[in-house]
Design a protein around this ligand. Structure first.
Ligand SMILES: *[C@@H]1O[C@H](CO)[C@@H](O)[C@H](O)[C@H]1NC(C)=O
Length: 388
């Protein structure tokens, strides 16, 4: 029975759908070159999206949308929940400024050209244009390093001073709102905790598209991040000025770097012969990217345990001849490397801010002498006095 029913069912489905399939129009017609513009495609005979469908990457079933220019063909990611027989919703990806025609295939079969806006030549109704003036920007970001949970402010062409999915117009008269903001993979929240109050979202004037937006990072990841935000309507995701990217030691680009915080070290005195069990207290000792490393006076301190808020390590033993330049009472800096890109010669690993600084007589050195460890972004000093 099964073997007879399946072809019959497929034939019936094809007969019902094939002749009526067409694309009538798409909205909006313009959007961001950085993607995340939500397109609505109106037409007939689209696939009903099945709710519990498994969706392997090569799956041809359901609706597939492609945006096609003279030189590029870019998928538009279909949102199943808002898709049915007469409507498809999809999110654009980053695409250079151009005119793109909408192409739809249903269960692996493309809707023919003559069923896309009646087969007109480059029809406006079935076109989507990416434009710089529909692309929000991040022109500056501050700060560029901080603890997880830092409040950030960007300046750029933000177009709107309205947040959330209401229908209010922005004060400059534009019909556009902030939807979300991201730092790395995590949301950057615009609202103060448990309130409807925004940290800061303002345009320069009543006719401006430039302005400021502030948001609070979430998550505890320590490492490199990129930021972006998304506007609704015929805008989309923000793009970033090239000069906002910093190069890390592994030639990775990023806009923002989180670091851990050291609030104290105990004990603050240890034998110069090594073997002291040190406890480093702080926050955000995150080992997602790399295991924690601790250097004391340039020598590795063998890590015994790592928790979110403390690291214990045993200081290295020093051989006397290594220390011939060390005089009694001379300070040795303890520097703490968390994570880090240890494979390179000059790892940028310290991502640490030492907030409790204990200086011993002799003063703070002005250069950080921790050759194997890190460019220190917010250099602060902690010294360990080492007694013989
Ligand atoms: C940040 O964005 C740049 C440019 O798109 C990219 O090359 C880089 O890999 C991104 N970095 C991270 C940490 O995602």
């Amino acid at each position: 029975m099964e073997s007879l029913w399946r072809p019959a069912a497929i034939l019936i489905v094809l007969w019902c759908c094939c002749c009526a399939q067409r694309v009538r129009w798409v909205t909006p017609h313009t959007g961001s070159t950085a993607g995340a513009t939500r397109l609505t495609i109106t037409g007939d005979g689209f696939a009903q999206e099945r709710q519990f469908q498994l969706n392997p990457p090569d799956d041809q079933f359901g609706n597939r949308v492609t945006l096609v220019s003279e030189t590029l063909s870019v998928p538009c990611d279909v949102e199943r929940d808002s898709t049915h027989g007469n409507q498809i919703m999809c999110y654009t990806r980053a695409m250079p400024e151009d005119q793109y025609l909408v192409r739809v295939s249903v269960d692996g079969v493309p809707i023919p050209d003559n069923k896309i806006c009646n087969g007109d030549y480059k029809p406006y109704s079935c076109s989507f244009y990416t434009r710089w003036w529909r692309t929000p920007t991040i022109y500056s970001l501050s700060p560029v390093t901080g603890l997880p949970g830092t409040l950030l402010t960007i300046r750029g062409r933000i177009y709107s001073d309205v947040y959330g999915s209401n229908t209010d117009l922005s004060s400059n008269g534009l019909n556009v709102r902030f939807l979300r903001s991201y730092m790395g993979g995590m949301p950057c929240v615009l609202l103060k905790p448990n309130s409807d109050e925004l940290y800061n979202l303002q345009l320069d004037s009543e006719t401006a598209s430039w302005g400021y937006m502030s948001c609070m990072m979430t998550g505890t990841y320590v490492g490199h991040h990129n930021m972006s935000y998304i506007l609704d309507s015929d805008y989309g995701r923000s793009s970033t000025e090239k000069n906002l990217y910093w190069v890390s030691s592994l030639s990775k680009l990023s806009m923002f770097q989180t670091f851990a915080e050291v609030t104290g070290v105990s004990p603050s005195k240890g034998s110069i012969m090594g073997g002291t069990l040190l406890t480093i207290h702080g926050r955000f000792f995150d080992q997602t990217d790399e295991p924690a490393r601790v250097l004391v006076g340039g020598l590795p301190c063998e890590v015994q345990s790592v928790a979110d808020d403390r690291i214990t390590c045993r200081t290295a033993e020093r051989r006397v001849n290594e220390d011939r330049k060390v005089y009694p009472g001379e300070n040795r800096a303890a520097s703490f490397c968390l994570s880090g890109e240890a494979a390179t010669l000059q790892p940028t690993c310290v991502i640490m801010r030492l907030t409790s600084v204990s200086m011993t007589p002799g003063g703070a050195p002005s250069v950080i002498k921790a050759p194997n460890c890190c460019r220190i972004i917010t250099p602060r000093w902690v010294s360990m006095e080492q007694n013989r």
